[in-house]
Design a protein around this ligand. Sequence first.
Ligand SMILES: [Zn+2]
Length: 192
Amino acid sequence: MRPNQTCWYCQKRTEVINFQCQTCNKIQKIKEANPYDIFDTEKTFILNFDDLEEKFLKLQSIFHPDKFVNADSNQKQISIAESAKINNAYNVLMNNVDRLKVLLDFYGFKQDDKEGKSFKDPDLLEEIMDLQSKCMSIEHENEKQKIKNEIKLQIGSLENEIEKNIKEKVFSKAQDLSIKLSYLEKIRKDLK
Ligand SMILES: [Zn+2]
């Protein structure tokens, strides 16, 4: 509930419940821009995805364009634009690498070019290349499962480390870990 907002249509300072003006009933835009704020979610790296999904579905049900087929063109436009905004914000928060970028941005940490940086860390590069060649030589489903579990564990421990670094505001460390994280995520995706 966001009381005392000015409605774009009736121009009244009015109570807005579930993004609906309580005076004229027209749908209102989402004011927030940061994906975390759109879902009214605490700015931590590790998220409760069940909670996020619930909020996503609720917002989608409010703004879904199907609900506005008979509405005026302004409301149609709002529903289309806000649905896209909600989808985009949800995808960003569901993606480890994108979510970390949003957090680092929020804390004002200037982020380096990742590709350039990874090559300055020969150990990481070697580790990733080993893993990639392991994946290329997979012959049996159980081998694949084993590697997938390994990657899952590695990503899990990276997530915990990143969360710790964000909490302690050691942003450069969090960014360094995101390089490894993005490689692992890519390999995980390719294995699917
Ligand atoms: Zn209104």
